[in-house]
Design a protein around this ligand. Structure first.
Ligand code: ATR
Length: 278
């Protein structure tokens, strides 16, 4: 029988996950289908019960359900528990198990540029859900220092205090982060600054960027934010948001099927979708 996979979100219209996973099911000749469902927050519990009752094989959850789904599942992977957010659910013999592949997906996407984050100095810009997943994953992976730069300083402080992994961290304004930018080996932009339609803004200034730095932006609309363009002009290695999106999907696909999919096939498909959507 054809297996069912899904993504639950509100809204869900713009999700590229159905294209990405259905394309992979076809590529690997798997009898499976991935469908998007728009689920309001107050309907999440019923939706999860319904999916469980009909024997869903697995599903993704996206904004605004990533935290509220936790009490509705049978078991949570330790890293997802630490992060406080689940984006992937696996049906294991009738039990729903929650995982977070956002942070690990980002880390894996970084591996082609830098094999190990141990002992690195990292700056994360932004203190929302994506920042949290990346901060906790980088802390678990042994980064030496992870500073957070955010418009609202208290949000960054709360994020750091909530992490059980002890790692040296400072909270910085955009001004301070710009001043101290030469301290960092990896800079990860997770805020919405530079995202379509407000593309002509940068979250920090790059004049003090170190030549050894790797600069990442998790935004993929536009594919190259002004921040990445400026970093590229300075000659450093850069990575756009496609990679994190593709790798979080690849890790979910692996949890569901035991196949780690071909990243190039996925990247091509997502780029086609983005091109088609413009
Ligand atoms: P996600 O869950 O996708 O990571 P989010 O929770 O909406 O996103 O977080 C958005 C991030 O972008 C936050 O760090 C936010 O800063 P605040 O914590 O101060 O709200 C940041 N952000 C959004 N608009 C911004 C702006 N105009 N200038 C600076 N930072 C901004």
């Amino acid at each position: 029988m054809e297996k069912l996979y899904a993504v639950l979100g509100y809204p869900i219209g713009h999700s590229m996950s159905p294209f990405m996973h259905n394309d992979l099911f076809a590529f690997y000749n798997l009898e499976a289908r991935y469908l998007p469902f728009q689920v309001k927050p107050e309907a999440l519990e019923d939706a999860v019960k319904g999916l469980k009752a009909i024997g869903v094989s697995g599903f993704n959850v996206t904004v605004p359900h990533k935290s509220s789904i936790i009490p509705l599942l049978d078991n949570i992977d330790p890293l997802a528990m630490k992060i406080g957010a689940v984006n992937t659910v696996v049906n294991q013999n009738g039990k729903l198990i929650g995982y977070n592949t956002d942070g690990p997906g980002f880390l894996k996407s970084l591996h082609s540029l830098i094999p190990d984050v141990k002992d690195l100095n990292v700056l994360i810009i932004g203190a929302g859900g994506a920042s949290r997943a990346i901060y906790y994953t980088m802390a678990s992976a042994g980064a030496r220092q992870i500073d957070i730069c955010n418009r609202t300083l208290d949000k960054a402080t709360l994020l750091i205090e909530g992490c059980s992994e002890r790692v040296e961290s400072r909270v910085l304004s955009a001004e301070k982060a710009s001043e101290h930018l030469s301290d960092y080996d990896v800079i990860i932009q997770t805020s919405t600054v530079g995202m379509f339609p407000n593309t002509q803004v940068c979250p920090v200034r790059l004049e003090n960027l170190s030549s050894r730095a790797i600069v990442c932006d998790i935004i993929y609309n536009p594919l190259e934010t002004l921040f990445l363009q400026e970093a590229k002009q300075k000659g450093v290695k850069v990575q756009n948001g496609i990679d994190m999106f593709v790798y979080q999907g690849a890790l979910a696909f692996e949890l569901w099927t035991d196949i780690f999919p071909d990243i190039e096939v996925m990247r091509k498909n997502v780029l086609n979708q983005l091109g088609g959507n413009k």
